[in-house]
Design a protein around this ligand. Structure first.
Ligand code: ADP
Length: 656
């Protein structure tokens, strides 16, 4: 049956990615084979898993395999598997489009990188982060044909493209379920990493290097020529030559986590990571663990080096691959890793779970919960060790923290059981240095005598926080303040009261009491005295600001500025209010406290003028100016900028 081919156009972003693939990657092209073998291996795993509940999907004599066939003269290479296959709809959705959110942004970022580079080159690592496995074929091929038949279906689908923006789809035939991908190879060009990918030895090397541990056989039909031999096994001169075809398996197929640790090389771990994580960059750290006792399991986990671009998207696929006694059960098993460790990749192989375990059962399974607990502890202790080893704050842990610190901090409100261990590995900016980060133990070791609390301030940026009036007294006394500027900081800080017996305390909330006990007492007495002498001014200001401000009082946290806004200890910060509004959540309006600096000339003069002549002092205008000034200083918007600027002009005219 000769069905006509339908012509389709690639989604715009896919076209851009393909263009980059073809024109902007010059090295390491051989990894296309790893990508195709990984896809085939996944397809075999999927069929195995589906057949647990629907045995009819699997052909009766099914043995999973991946077969490579090359034709040197025609310059073609075919990778075929007898896995789950794809329906026509699957092909259009999975191969013609990338349904992941953020694809357009990602493609634009890559294009920008290529534009900045002299050669117009982009790093394969970056493309790899996106998971564009199948498209990598266009690095080495100028024409790709895919024929696939989904398990349980009768017809097959053929997809074909030269990578120029279009592809065709038509009906096809295939003996059984599975997928075959035929590449028409570009001319050899060793300078551009274009080797002879139709050569048996080249292929054999690539499989060994990148796919040795794949648990399904990667095979190739190899022609073997034998010469006639005599009884002693010596070749007979002028004897007959016979050739036969032998199917050879190119990979050792050994599950890497079952091999003795001493025998596995770091390169092998790295390749295994890239295989399961669909990443092109080596992992930062490899974690192997054996669990014994009430249950038995092994795990091999990886901390990636770079954050995938979609780490913060809602549909980010996370989780660990689950095996039971070396049999693949499922990928992205979310039950094995909490959300705040969603960047961790790897496998768990259990000895005791049932092979028929379903996703539904998983959620209630006690053993799964126990395994997860152990994995979390292990990951956290690994991070702790990495951090301890990173003495100069520039090495591995710094790389980790820059990539995943924000995600890890989500654990501070998601995982109460491990709060202390998590806080131990958190790094923070502080008023001590803009560039170097500190941890809480170091902060505590630097606390001044008499200081009992860990001070912090949240805000939009380091500069905004460090220059905020709230910090003045702390800066003047040399008391260090943590500067928290990640959006997630606003959230966790609400649920973590203390660390190592020291209260975490916002410098933007409550009264400030710095110094030794005597100093504190003296300062408070002085403040109360001044509060008394400023009483009627404060009351008058308060009356004018009543809708926005719950109290006007004198401050002990200001040294340079005239005014600032503070909250009560349990009030919501303005940043938190903003965050809730951004998430479309109702944020109750919190009235705050306006603190004024009694030693500031404005206050001195205002108080003087006001006590002499209450009626002639424009108290309403001054109240408005002081309040708006405080809002501006903390980076909050002011409600009526036109009014503020008019008042300011009036005042300038008066004084000039
Ligand atoms: P990724 O592997 O990162 O998901 P790919 O572009 O390589 O991205 O593949 C996209 C999807 O196409 C896969 O997730 C899979 O669903 C499907 N696919 C690719 N190759 C095969 C194959 N050999 N058999 C079945 N499905 C496949």
């Amino acid at each position: 049956m000769a069905a006509t081919a339908e012509k389709h156009t690639f989604q715009a972003e896919v076209k851009e990615l393909l263009d980059l693939m073809i024109h902007a990657i010059y090295s390491n092209k051989e990894i296309f084979l790893r990508e195709l073998i990984s896809n085939s291996s996944d397809a075999l795993d999927k069929l195995k898993f589906e057949a647990l509940t629907q045995p009819e999907l699997k052909p009766s004599d099914w043995t999973p395999h991946i077969l490579l066939s090359a034709d040197k003269d025609a310059r073609t290479l075919t990778i075929a598997d007898n896995g789950i296959g794809m329906s026509k709809e699957d092909v259009v959705n999975l191969i013609g489009t990338i349904a992941k959110s953020g694809t357009a942004e990602f493609a634009a970022a890559l294009k920008a990188q290529a534009a900045q580079n002299e050669k117009g080159e982009v790093s394969p690592d970056l493309i790899g982060q996106f998971g564009v496995g199948f498209y990598s074929t266009f690095m080495v091929a100028d024409n790709v044909t895919l024929i696939t038949r989904k398990a349980g279906e009768e017809t097959a689908t053929q997809w074909q493209s030269t990578g120029d923006g279009n592809y065709t789809i038509e009906e096809a035939t295939r003996d059984a379920c599975g997928t075959s991908i035929t590449l028409h190879l570009k001319p050899e060009d060793a300078d551009n990493a274009m080797l002879d990918y139709a050569d048996r030895w080249v292929l054999q090397d690539i499989v060994k290097k990148y796919s040795d541990f794949v648990i399904h056989p990667v095979q190739m039909d190899v022609e073997i020529t034998e010469v006639e031999r005599d009884e002693e096994g010596k070749p007979v001169e002028g004897g007959k030559e016979t050739t036969r075809i032998e199917r050879q398996t190119l990979n050792s197929m050994k599950a890497i986590w079952t091999r003795p640790e001493s025998e596995v090389t770091p390169e092998e771990y790295n390749e295994f990571y890239k295989h399961i994580a669909h990443d092109w960059t080596d992992p930062l750290e490899t974690i192997r663990m054996k669990m014994e006792g009430t249950f038995e399991a092994q795990s091999l986990l990886f901390i990636p080096t770079k954050a995938p671009f979609d780490l913060f998207f809602k549909d980010f696929q996370h989780g660990i691959h689950l095996y039971v006694k070396r049999v693949f059960i499922m990928n992205d098993c979310k039950e094995l890793m909490p959300r705040y460790l969603r960047f961790i990749r790897g496998v768990v192989d259990s000895e005791d779970l049932s092979l028929n375990i379903s996703r539904e059962i998983l959620q209630q399974d006690r053993q799964i919960r126990a395994i997860r607990k152990r994995l979390v502890k292990k990951v956290l202790s690994t991070l702790d060790n990495l951090k301890k080893g990173d003495t100069d704050n520039k090495g591995k842990y710094k790389t980790f923290w820059d990539a995943f610190g924000q995600v890890l901090k989500e654990g501070l409100f998601e995982d109460q059981e491990n709060t202390e261990a998590l806080l131990d590995v958190c790094l923070f900016h502080s008023s001590k240095s803009e560039t170097e980060q500190t941890d809480l133990r170091e902060y505590i070791s630097r606390m001044q005598s008499g200081q009992e609390e860990i001070y912090y301030m949240t805000g939009e940026s380091y500069q905004a926080v460090i220059n905020s009036p709230h910090l003045e007294a702390f800066q003047a006394k040399g008391v260090e303040v943590l500067v928290l500027t990640d959006p997630v900081d606003e959230i966790w800080i609400q649920s973590v009261p203390e660390f190592d017996g020291k209260r975490l305390r916002s410098v933007g909330k409550g009264l400030v009491d710095l110094g030794t006990d005597e100093e504190k007492k003296a300062a408070e007495a002085a403040r109360e005295e001044k509060q008394e002498s400023h009483k009627s001014l404060l009351e008058a200001l308060q009356a004018k600001l009543d809708t926005d401000i719950k109290e006007v009082r004198l401050s002990s946290r200001l040294t340079d500025s005239a005014a600032c806004l503070v909250g009560d200890t349990h009030d919501m910060t303005p940043q938190m209010e903003k965050l809730m509004k951004a998430m479309n959540q109702e944020a109750p309006k919190t009235k705050r406290i306006l603190e004024l600096n009694p030693d500031h000339p404005i206050l001195e003069k205002l108080n003087g003028a006001f006590s002499q002549n209450k009626e002639d002092t424009r108290i309403e205008d001054y109240a408005h100016l002081l309040y708006n000034q405080a809002l501006l200083a903390e980076g909050s918007p002011i409600p009526d900028p036109a009014k503020f600027s008019k008042l300011l002009s009036d005042l300038m005219v008066q004084t000039l």
